[in-house]
Design a binder for this molecule. Structure first.
Ligand SMILES: C[S@@+](CC[C@H](N)C(=O)[O-])C[C@H]1O[C@@H](n2cnc3c(N)ncnc32)[C@H](O)[C@@H]1O
Length: 480
């Protein structure tokens, strides 16, 4: 390391910024966030600093820098636009052993300022040692999205309980296990979702009953999206990285599965047409059993768990058995496939509504309200409809839809293997015969499909994710 990272306490202490421009204003914001009493030495101030000076939030010394009086400051920042003045400030400060930072010149001062992610009391600071402030800002932006805003509240909560936890668990290992459970489990999740009182109540309960070796786990019903791992939500990713065990099925794309914590046990319960790895009732029971063993269980499903995903049944069993759970929405295939194939489902020139229906055949038929589906100015999205495509076409035309109505089939949407086939109700079966699309395939029927030719943007390049070898597997039709 070229620099020693430390966090300095400047609360209520006088700190000087020399220079009154935009850069000085930025530094001033940081110092004030840390509670410093900021003095700005400059003949002129930018608008932001001027306002703060008028409001007496900072002290303005209206003069050029003259080498006098630095000794009274806890910290100095040289932010003038004259390198020779900045150098002089740095020399003066160093002579007095005052930490000094020179903007845009890491070598001239005695410290550099990192990019800061502020979730007070949790603060993360990123530095590239002055090599590339832009890179530091980029990394900061990444971290911003990874560290939920609620971490600040979580930090405050844990600070309040620190002494009590120490008194309750004399053994450092037990304390670590306790905090692990609190910080990665339901207390943290409640804090993140803004339920502070509930979080505190659960923490109190944990404090009374926690034994390092037992306790109830939790089930996270996570929507894994249609295939592209970039489409996961932050919450999904966070919970996946805390999992002790992941229960997943066939529709979950491999690159998405690879985002689960490496050490987590993996249980495949995939369902395919005519072939079950595990019956739905068995899956429901398995989830409850794993949670009762104290595990954090991620139930990972393709798309959104509540859209043709039987997520409701799974949490129904959990609710009945008093097992805590959360549901994390995912991008459903209709959204993912339509977007990645340039088909705006409700483009207002063509459609006023969109309907998601299951095209799953039962005894060779589909019990749908065909009269309603045949109404004009709407888009219909069929899930699980590939096998039943001839029935879908026959029924729509029988109920008055034009044989010229555009239709698209999107296979393995949002993955680098995505294929989009378009045609009309009249000729799409020829396309199917020729191209032989495989499940998972989504069917979109409506005038909006004609926009695909103009608006298609996704090039289906293979992503560079490590180990991401194969996205959603083509295979047999999936059951709901
Ligand atoms: C049992 S449903 C599950 C839907 C899922 N819960 C969702 O919200 O997307 C399975 C059907 O979703 C559609 N599907 C899911 N992922 C897809 C993808 N990546 N490309 C195309 N269709 C997909 C297919 O029609 C497939 O037969």
């Amino acid at each position: 390391m070229d620099f020693l990272p430390i966090f300095l306490n400047v609360r209520s202490r006088p700190c000087a910024i020399i220079g009154g421009g935009e850069v000085a204003a930025r530094k001033c914001r940081l110092l004030r966030d840390a509670g410093a009493r900021v003095h700005v030495i400059a003949p002129r101030l930018c608008q932001e600093l001027k306002q703060q000076a008028e409001n007496r939030e900072i002290v303005h010394h209206e003069k050029e820098y003259d080498s006098s009086g630095l000794g009274s400051y806890a910290l100095v920042i040289a932010a003038t636009d004259k390198p020779e003045v900045n150098q002089r400030i740095a020399d003066d400060a160093k002579r007095e052993n005052i930490p000094v930072n020179v903007v845009d010149d890491p070598d001239a001062g005695s410290f550099i300022m990192p990019s800061v992610i502020d979730r007070s009391p949790v603060v993360a600071a990123v530095s590239t040692g002055g090599a590339s402030p832009v890179l530091a800002r980029l990394i900061r932006a990444r971290l911003e999205s990874l560290i939920p805003a609620g971490y600040g509240r979580l930090g405050e909560l844990t600070a309040r309980y620190r002494d009590r936890v120490k008194a309750a668990f004399a053994n450092a290992d037990d304390r670590r296990r306790f905090w692990d459970r609190i910080l990665q489990g339901s207390v943290a999740e409640r804090v993140f979702s803004g339920h502070m009182e509930e979080a505190e109540a659960v923490l109190e309960k944990e404090l009374e009953s926690f034994s390092p070796s037992r306790g109830m786990g939790e089930v996270y019903l996570v929507g894994g999206g249609p295939g592209d791992p970039d489409l996961l939500t932050f919450r999904a990713l966070r919970l996946m990285q805390q999992a002790d065990v992941v229960v997943y099925d066939r529709l979950v794309a491999k690159p998405v599965l690879e985002m689960v914590r490496r050490e987590a046990e993996r249980i495949y319960v995939g369902k395919e047409r005519d072939r079950h790895a595990m019956r739905q009732e068995e899956i429901n029971e398995l989830l409850a059993k794993l949670a009762r063993e104290g595990k954090r269980v991620v139930r990972l499903k393709g798309g959104d768990p509540f859209i043709f995903g039987r997520g409701g049944e799974e949490i129904d069993t959990l609710a009945e058995q008093g097992v805590p759970f959360q549901v994390i929405p995912g991008i459903t295939a209709a959204s993912g496939c339509a977007t990645y194939s340039g088909i705006p489902l409700t483009h207002r020139d063509y459609a006023q509504s969109v309907t998601f229906v299951t095209g799953h055949l039962k005894d060779g038929t589909m019990n749908l309200n065909w009269h309603q589906l045949a109404q004009p100015h709407q888009t219909i999205v069929f899930y699980m409809g590939l096998m039943g495509l001839p029935v879908i076409i026959e029924k729509l035309v029988e109920h008055g839809v034009s044989p010229q109505m555009p239709i698209a089939l999107v296979q393995q949407g949002t993955t680098h293997l995505q294929r989009v086939f378009t045609g009309t109700l009249e000729n799409i079966l020829e396309v199917v015969e020729r191209e032989k699309p495989k499940p998972p395939t989504l069917i979109i029927v409506g005038e909006v499909v004609q926009l695909h030719e103009k608006l298609s943007w996704y090039k289906g390049e293979k992503p560079a994710y490590q180990g991401a070898t194969s996205p959603v597997q083509p295979g047999t039709e999936l059951k709901p």
